[in-house]
Design a protein around this ligand. Structure first.
Ligand code: SF4
Length: 73
């Protein structure tokens, strides 16, 4: 699983980092806009929560964005 973050949309609120630091530290610390999740099954639920909680809708998985209604488009 690959996480992609739209750098230009991110407002730096750190909700993603606080929701799942094990995964989003790659963004919080190193600002990597694309990174692999090493244990995707383990963190799946928290990643989903981070995606839904991102106020800028800046996070996607493998390039699949969340639509306005919260579903994947
Ligand atoms: S939750 Fe979204 S807006 Fe907030 S730091 Fe993470 S990517 Fe940026």
């Amino acid at each position: 699983m690959r996480i992609i973050i739209k750098k230009e949309s991110c407002i730096g609120c750190e909700i993603c980092v606080n929701t799942c630091p094990e995964v989003f530290m790659e963004w919080g610390l190193y600002m990597r806009p694309v990174f692999e999740v090493r244990e995707p099954e383990r963190y799946k639920a928290l990643i989903e929560r981070a995606i839904e909680g991102c106020p800028a809708r800046a996070i996607s998985i493998d390039g699949v964005e969340l639509k306005e209604d919260g579903t994947r488009g």
